[in-house]
Write a protein that binds this ligand. Structure first.
Ligand SMILES: C[S@@+](CC[C@H](N)C(=O)[O-])C[C@H]1O[C@@H](n2cnc3c(N)ncnc32)[C@H](O)[C@@H]1O
Length: 349
């Protein structure tokens, strides 16, 4: 078991019941999770991603319970881990994008979800035209990946879609994610966040735990915990307000929620403090003219862009290194702040 305290164990057991037995498809969820493949209209996905999503079996699509899109760039040949893979929707989409030389491992604690996902491995292998399956599904608690044999420095990319909020121990989840990522690796994940620490009366409610409202982190706590376990400062990719049904709103009161996607990198936190100039070369699939690494940092091919020291470390030490040229900044006007608040400027989903 991934828990030591009785209350945490009870939350995990209730969650297994909820996702194993209570909820059978996404229409039964109480939140409007129409944000699962597109954060807000108009939705323009790169063609290779839209193509991969189209190939997912309809039964798997119907059981996709995510709250955001978890498809980072530059996945070819990578080894990906999905925390809380559910019915396997995101795993199969990424299995197409990593290609035959890549691999996707989904972990989940709910046997029913794992069994369901495993039934569709061969279907997707055949649909993608691969000679052997490149996906597997492993029973694991995301707080204790070591118990399932997941070793240090193993994965290039971790994704997770609306799962971290369900864990009673977020610090353990993020610490484990940091441990199993290779140096320079990335955790790219969508989740629900609150605009304040969620009050205790909400945390007592079983269904609110199942739907993510009780366990959602105050976004500032995410920033604190990720830094404490060794990740780079969270980079906000996108955020949209969650539409809450009236019956839920009566319970959550004045707490506001967003669905947000952040990316965290496993790069050393204290490096060179000087901003640098970078130039994007257009080599990332689906981004031959422009690429956005987060909501506030977009790079046009051939243009010189000044980035903060941490983003420069991320670019130089991650899988993005070959897509950028980096030179010391000639124009620097001093320190840059990193905008992380998912509530500033969010649109309704
Ligand atoms: C909201 S669903 C999301 C599933 C999938 N990521 C998707 O987008 O469809 C949450 C999933 O996380 C799993 N889960 C929740 N807490 C977990 C934990 N502590 N360890 C492992 N799996 C967990 C549940 O079993 C369920 O399959």
């Amino acid at each position: 078991m991934a828990c030591s305290k009785e209350k945490e164990c009870q939350i995990l057991e209730d969650m297994k019941e909820y996702y194993g037995k209570t909820i059978q498809n996404k229409d039964e969820l109480m939140i409007n999770n129409s944000t699962s493949t597109c954060d807000a209209p108009p939705c323009k996905l790169p063609r290779h991603i839209a193509g991969a999503l189209e190939l997912i079996h309809p039964d798997v699509k119907a059981k996709s319970y995510g709250c955001g899109m978890t498809v980072p760039e530059l996945l070819e040949g990578t080894h990906v881990l999905d925390l809380g893979s559910g019915a396997g929707h995101d795993c199969f989409a990424l299995a197409k994008l990593v290609g035959e030389t890549g691999h996707v491992t989904g972990v989940d604690m709910t046997e029913e979800q794992l069994e369901f996902a495993r039934r569709y491995i061969d279907y997707h292998q055949e649909t993608f035209g691969y000679s052997k399956p490149n996906t597997d599904f492993v029973m694991a608690y995301i707080e204790k990946l070591g118990d399932a044999g997941l070793k240090d420095d193993t994965f290039d990319v971790i994704i997770s879609n609306c799962v971290v909020n369900l864990s009673p121990d977020k610090r353990a989840v993020l610490k484990e994610a940091h441990r199993v990522l290779k140096p320079g690796g990335e955790m790219y994940f969508s989740d629900m966040y609150a605009d304040q620490v969620v009050p205790d009366h909400i945390k007592q409610h079983k269904v609110l735990w199942g739907e993510g409202f009780a366990g959602a982190l105050w976004w500032e706590d995410l920033v604190r915990i990720t830094r404490e376990v060794g990740f780079s400062t969270p980079r906000l990719v996108k955020a949209s307000k969650i539409n809450i049904k009236k019956s839920i709103q009566d319970l959550t009161g004045n707490v506001k929620y967003v669905a947000a996607t952040y990316r965290l990198f496993k790069v050393p936190q204290n490096g060179n403090n000087m901003p640098v100039d970078v130039v994007y070369n257009g080599s990332v699939t689906g981004h031959d003219k422009v690429i956005a690494l987060d909501k506030h940092n977009t790079f046009k091919v051939g243009s010189v862009v000044e980035v903060d020291p941490e983003l420069s470390a991320i670019i130089q030490q991650s899988r993005f290194a070959s897509a950028f040229t980096v030179v010391p900044s000639k124009t620097s006007d001093g320190e840059k702040t990193i905008p992380m608040n998912p509530f500033s400027g969010t649109r309704a989903a």
